[in-house]
Design a protein around this ligand. Structure first.
Ligand code: DCP
Ligand code: MG
Length: 360
């Protein structure tokens, strides 16, 4: 990447992603409050359509709470294969413009278009063209943010959601951030926001009054980037080749399980999924980790490192099954089971990945 002083960064984020896909594929869901997720007791909402958001329904909300807020809410089970397909389609569009694409999840990515395949000097025009192409190819809308760094581009794409387009030009960056509510800062979650409020920080301007040391004292390591972000600064590069560190998946049971045979059966499915994903991503690791969460939320993990990398299900499964035998089932039943492979060892890793099972 040439070290230009001003970079041109775009952030693209699909609108109500899973829910929009479901509404696209089922006419009966259009214009209705939809939640993707399971309505059962333990279920959570993965995402909600904009119609449902008006009732206060949002991602990660327990399904029961969501139903209380919006009794006419329609629950739809997730279809990850379709979301993956759309994700591939949009990434192909991004790559038409630049190789500097950093996906953050299935539905969002940063693009550095300072230099691009179309020799188009206008990042704004590129962003609009991408939005149009996404709509033509997938029938779905995305929001786009354009600015000089990742932090500002991300804030910009969120600013006019859904189907939004917003540019923060360099000369307006500082004023824009000063006026920004701290909840709108990238990476500021509920807990940090509350802590900020307790310290009378409500806007970017308030944040700017603190010294870097002061922010580090309050927020630890995050204090450094908060200090810079409050000034509209973010030097992080768009990283196209994030390293695969692990492949893992987990499942939370509707009903706790204490039967070793049933748990082993669940583990079989997890191992199938992990092996499949390892092949998809050409990621092979030597360390297998089994994760068990008991009904009382006590979490244990067990790991085993092999002399050689695992490349196939037939290598993964016997080890995972053996590890299951070490799990103590004499006390609490099991609520969640997870399996992962990590430790690629000699650096032949390719792309970054994590199984997109999110909250399920
Ligand atoms: N997702 C999930 N669990 C979460 C958050 C998100 O499973 N806690 C999934 C469902 C979302 C997708 O990831 O559709 C993308 O997440 P976003 O945060 O981008 O949310 P949406 O795209 O749904 O909505 P927005 O329009 O706010 O971007
Ligand atoms: Mg989104």
């Amino acid at each position: 990447m040439p070290k230009l002083k001003l970079r041109k960064i775009i952030h693209i984020d699909m609108d109500a992603f899973y829910a929009s896909v479901e509404q696209r594929d089922n006419e009966a869901l259009r214009g209705k409050p939809v939640a993707v997720g399971y309505s059962e007791a333990r279920g959570v909402v993965a995402t909600a359509s904009y119609e449902a958001r008006k009732f206060g329904v949002h991602s990660a909300m327990p399904s029961l709470t969501a139903k209380n807020k919006c009794p006419q809410l329609i629950f739809v089970p997730p279809r990850f294969d379709v979301y993956h397909e759309v994700s591939t389609q949009i990434r192909e569009i991004f790559w038409e413009y630049t190789d500097w694409v950093e996906p953050l999840s299935l539905d969002e990515a940063f693009l550095d278009v300072t230099v691009n395949h179309k020799n188009n000097p206008s990042a704004g025009l590129i962003a609009k063209e991408i939005q149009r192409k996404i709509f033509e190819k997938t029938g779905l809308t995305a929001s786009a943010g354009v600015s000089i760094n990742k932090f500002l581009a991300k804030v910009a794409s969120d600013y006019k959601k859904p189907n939004g387009f917003f540019v923060i030009p360099p000369e307006q960056a500082e004023t824009f951030v000063e006026e920004l509510k701290i909840e709108q800062f990238f990476g500021v979650g509920k807990v940090t926001a509350q802590k900020m409020h307790d310290n009378r920080i409500f806007t970017g301007y308030d944040l700017k009054q603190y010294s870097e040391a002061g922010l580090v004292k309050l927020f630890g390591k995050a204090g450094h980037s908060l200090y810079l972000n409050a000034r509209g600064i973010d030097d992080r590069e768009v990283e196209p080749n994030r390293i695969t560190k692990s492949v893992s998946t987990e499942t939370t049971f509707l009903k706790d399980k204490s039967n070793r045979i049933l748990l082993t059966l669940e583990l079989y499915h997890l191992a199938k999924e992990v092996a499949e994903r390892m092949n998809e991503e050409s990621f092979y690791g030597r360390t297998i980790t089994l994760k068990v969460k008991y009904a009382d939320f006590k979490l244990i993990t067990k790991s085993k490192t092999l002399p050689q990398k695992i490349t196939h299900f037939r290598q993964l499964w016997p080890v995972a099954r053996e590890m299951m035998k070490w799990v103590d089932l004499s006390g609490q039943p099991v609520r969640l089971l997870g399996l992962g492979v990590s430790n690629a060892g000699d650096g032949t890793e390719t792309k970054y990945t994590q199984l997109e099972l999110g909250l399920f």
